[in-house]
Structures are given as C-alpha cells and as structure tokens.
Design a protein. Sequence first.
Length: 281
Amino acid sequence: MSRNAIAARITKEYHRIEKGLALPEPKPGFAQPVIDWLLAEVPAYERGGRDYISDGARAAVGDWVGFHDRIGAAVRPEIRSFAQGSDNFEGGVKTLTRDEILAAAMIDFDRFAKMRHSIRQFTGAPVPEAAIARAVETALKTPRVCNRESRRVRVAFDPAVRAKMLGYQNGNRGFGHLAGAVAMITVDLAAFTDFGERNQGWIDGGMFAMSLVNALHAQGLGTCMLNSATIGWRDAKMRAALGVPDNEIVITFLAVGQIPDRVAVAVSPAPRAGEVLTVMA
C-alpha cells in the first residue's frame, strides 16, 4: 500500500459522502461506516503530511455535519471534531445555478470539435511551458472513477529529450521533430483496488488525453495523438529510458506544436450518427 494507493482509497471513500450529499434527498445518517473509516485512516495518512486528499476528506465530512445540523440530527462529537476548520478546505458539495452552468456552456462546441484535427505540419516554433500547464490544469477536470487521481503527464521541451521520447514511438516520422513539445500520458495503477478495475486506467487515461487535446486546441495549439502500442521488450526498454515505473501504464504520446498559416489535415470520413446509434426500446 503505497501513499498513492492509500490516497486513492481515502478519495474513493470520501467521494461516497460527496455523492450522497449531491442526491436530491440525502438520507439522515448515511455513510456512517465510511466516516468511521476516515476518522481512523486520515490522521494516519496525515502523519506523512497533509494535502488536498486529507483536506478533501475533512471538507466532505464537514459538509456531512452541516447537513445533519440543518435537519436537526445528532452528530457524534468525534465526527464534529474531525471536521473542525474544514470550511477552509476544498471538498464536499457546492451549489450552482442553472444559469451559471448554461452561461459557461454557451460556445459552439460542434464547430469547436469538428475543427480539431490531428496536425502533422507544425512550424517548429517553441510551445510555452505555461500553455501545457494551463491545459493540464483544465484537463484534470475530466471525470475519473470515484474522483481518484491516477493521471500523470511527462512533457519534454528540449529538442534532445523530445527526440529521445519520440524514439520509443513508431508513428511520428516526418513531423515529430517539428513539435514544440512532446508529452507522454500515463496512469498510476495504485489508484485501483481490485481486478474488477483492471481496465479502468485505460478509460480514465483515455478520457484525460482527449480533454488535454481539447484544452490545447482551445489555446490555438495543434496536437497529434501518437499510440503507445508496442511489445514487451520494447515497453521495458522505454520504461527504463524514460523513467516510467512498473505501476504506471502508458496511455499515449502527444505531439504539440504551433500551427502554420495553412495546413493540410487528413479528412478521415466518419459515419453518420444513425450508423452507430441504437435507440433501446
């Protein structure tokens, strides 16, 4: 049980409280076993340092206490003590208005999505580190199972490091050298608890990768996803060279670059919605 694994378990448990509080009619006294577990495990985790994981757990319990205070239900003193001061932490639930949600959603997403293409004609100009960091910050909002954090991004800006990274990907010939940055997206398997979740890393990592691409597209940067499909010995060689531990799976590589004034892109015709959509009766 690494610290990352324990953090994932804490997140999974306190997210149960958040989900309960987000229901139309939470049941009084719900999640008591979860709270008892957190009361024991979070202080032990915090001996290694407090962070957003433990603060999030305390904030969720704090909102649970607030809910029970509002409905006049009793709260055990040790639970109230655990949540003391949690108003200053991020976690629990918050209230949004429908107007706030719709105002933020008022973009032409259909046009945005259909204008995104895999770019293979970069200018060769640098990509600012701040642009990558901003895109990662946005992409972290991507849903993930039980809100557990498993996504990781390694990025190279130096030409020699970019070339080293691309040397382990078979599909960037003729354009990879013109990218201003190369990223590798991985997922830490320590965030998952049993074999029933054996494929969840690919799902969470794949969704994150698409969000990252869209976040870069929104900044006017071009991207091209580069698959990481390979065989065992090459995978082992890549991991050793790029510092990827055994507990992480490599989801994809990503070439990022500046877009020239005119660029040729693959048309890649797609089916109509009716060809993939089935309405269940």
